[in-house]
Structures are given as structure tokens and as C-alpha cells.
Ligand binder design. Sequence first.
Ligand code: F0G
Length: 463
Amino acid sequence: MAIKYIPEPFRIKMVETIKTLDRSEREKNIAEAKFNMFNLRGEDVYIDLLTDSGTNAMSQEQWAGVLKGDEAYAGGKSYYKLLEAGRDIFGYGYIQPVHQGRAAEKVLFPTFLSKGKVAISNMFFDTTRAHVELAGARAVDCVVEEAKDPAKRAPFKGNMDVAKLEKLIAEYGPSNVGLVVMTITNNSAGGQPVSLENMAAVAAVCKKHNIPLDIDAARFAENAYFIKQREASCKNMSIKEIIAKTFSYADMFTMSAKKDAIVNMGGLIGVKDPDSPLIPKIKAACISYEGFISYGGLSGRDLESLAIGLYEGIEESFLRYRIGQMEYLASRLDDAGIIYQSPVGGHGVFVDAKAMFPHIPYNEFPAQVLAIELYKEAGIRTCDIGSYMLGNDPDTGEQLKSQFEFTRFAVPRRVYTQAHFDVMAEALIAIKAKAGSIKRGYKILWEPPILRHFQAHLEPIKS
Ligand code: F0G
């Protein structure tokens, strides 16, 4: 039976009307969008779950902060407020604002990575992988085996496989491993958490081999909440204490603030050691790419709302509700026998489209099939995290086969209510009931050479 929905720890003060189109209009829209979710107009979507990034609802305190933002070019008040929040929460000596997560990666990664080096992660997010490669290095994933089986429940499916990490370091040679990155939560594996124990073990390996350790911290607060729930030794710690402990194991962090810091734009770099020789390099690169040190590509008003959002995002009552939404949807899927990456992750539900359409092969993109059906069924926009997103082998041009065929329901923070979650569950149940009659998938008519899923044109394959 479905679990109880955790009531919102806020009330609604401003609303945005959303359109409900009928099925024939949606069918026309998705065909006109060449069956690519990124080509749909936002206003033609009823429930938008394309991403939880930058799509969050800010609080009245954050909006009040927008009015108070100090727009001084150098040394504004909002900058100092953000520094204080960052130092207080993460315990790091140096905090650098940047315009978003990938900007942090662009500024930091080339200082550690170049041709001939590798970076190893529990799992790289797409842009993180891209910035490793743009720096000339290679990106290697090293997640625990249990992450690869969606039906298998384990408390920390986001963890690094520590034995494999040791093996990889020995294989490449420690001096060739430029960086280890711990992504918390592990987005690509389904928003799965990393345990504190695993952080400590990875940090010990890095220390032994003198390899710098970076946290990709986009969903650091959700990760801390899972640790509190699932790691017995942490159950009496506050979320803030767990965060401080987690970050104490790393040397630096890169963060997209568009997720757990509940803002529409922003990012951070943190360095633990205030005397690190890294800091002058970050400052120099930031001035060239992002803007002066005290604004990093953001407006003063963005810095102000980010400083406030960092605290709102770590409130336990908020996190209980936030993770509770995912658990509610997951429990409705359990009732209906719909398989997803389980237990459910922090920022969304990753539905196993391979299990729903076992007759549709990877090169007809089952997760994209499910995304398209969800739009046609209920105006829900999700995305493919599978072979369609993975693309082609750069050497042979052949379609790659992804380990997973997930359709991702990424949930914006403080935006949708229980009734919206019921619409999501009911749409999935209706699609499952007719899954056998959806015989074929899609073929690609046109695609750009890299990151093709954002732009490709598709067509249904006639059976
Ligand atoms: N790292 C992780 C783990 C992410 O999930 C993202 C973005 C980034 C880095 C890059 O941050 O977008 O601010 O430049 N993830 C979004 C998503 C886009 O939909 O999962 P950004």
C-alpha cells in the first residue's frame, strides 16, 4: 500500500498557472518537436520533470534577499554573506562563487588534469565528464556493483567501489591519477547516496597515494539526509554535522547550487586549506572566465538568495518532505509492480524502461519511448538516461549500449503537490497496462556529433 505523503512544511503564496492540453494537441506537439523532449515548449508541459536543476521555487526570504542584493562590482555585502554561509556549512577556508556547476568544473579541473591523466569517480555527471575530457584527461567510473541492478535494494548504491579504486590506481599509476571525484548524491546511478564510511575509505586511499579528492556536491543536503536515516553511527547527528563531517574528508568541492541550494542559478568552488596554492589559480581562472572574485558570474541578488538557500536546503523538516515525495511516488510504483532504481534516490525516480518494454531493444531507445508516452498520456516531461543519451562510439560511430535504460522523473523542489505525484503514478500505470501494444521504438533522423540527445530529431519506427 502507498505510504503516507509527508505534508509540505510551507504554504503557497504565489502561483503559476499551467496549461492542460488534450491528448491530440500533445501528440501534435511531440511530433512537431521531432520526438525530442528538449524541443517542447515549456508552456506545453503540464508537469515538468526534465530536471531538478534551477527549476526550484524560492522562498519569501530568498525573494526578499533578491531586493537586498548588493550589486557592487567588488566586495559587495551579498558576497560576504555567501562566504560566511559557505564557511559555516562546509567548514572550508576558501569559497568561490561561479555561475553554475559546470563553470566550477571548468575553472578547477584543468589545474589537476591534462593529457595522459585520468580522473576516477563513483560516477561522473555528463558535464563533469565533459570537463575532464576537455582538459585532455580520461574519466573513469567506479561505482559499486549493486548500483547496476535497479531491483536490488541497498542503502548506499551511490558508493565508490573502493577495492576497484585501488586496482585502478595501481593500473594507471598513482601519479597519473590527477583527481578523484565523489559525486553526492550519485546522479547518474539514480540520485543514490554515498555513505560517510565510504567517503572516509576513499579519502584514506587518496591520502595514501597523494591524490586530491574533490566532492561534486550538487545534492549534498539530500546525501546527508540519507546518511542520517541509514548510517547507524550518524543517527544522532544533525544534518549540518553530517555535512561538515562529509566535507572534512575532501580537499575541495565543486557545486551546482541550482539543486540543493534551491536557487535558479549559481555554483560554488570550495577549498579546505585557506593557504592552498590552488587558491590563486582559481582566482585567476575565475577572473578570466566568470568575472571578478566577489561575484563569479552572478548578480549580487543571486549571491544573496544563494546564501539564504544554502540554509533552507539543509533544514531537516524540508528534507524529510522532499525525500518523502520520492518515497511516496516509489511506493505507488511498488503497488503497481513498476521497476525503478530502488530504493528511490533523492532528487527523482528513475523508472526502468527496459523492464517496462523488454521487447524494445536498446537501439530503439526504450527510455525515450517511455518519456514520449508520458508526455502523450499526461503532459509529463521526463528524460532518457539510457542509450539515447549515451550516443555513439566516437571511434566506430556505432550506437553504444547503456547499462541502464532509465526514464528520469527529476523533481523540482517545493513546486509540485501530492495530486501531481498521483498524476505521475497514474500515467505510469496506464502506460504499463498497454506496454505490450507499443511494439517499436524510435530511429534518429538527424543528430549533432556530441551531446546529441539535446538536439536530435527522431521518428517512430513503423512495425
Ligand atoms: N554535477 C552534477 C552531479 C549534476 O547533476 C550537474 C547538473 C552538474 C554537476 C552540473 O551543474 O547544471 O549547474 O552546470 N545536473 C543537472 C541535471 C543539469 O539535470 O541533472 P550545472
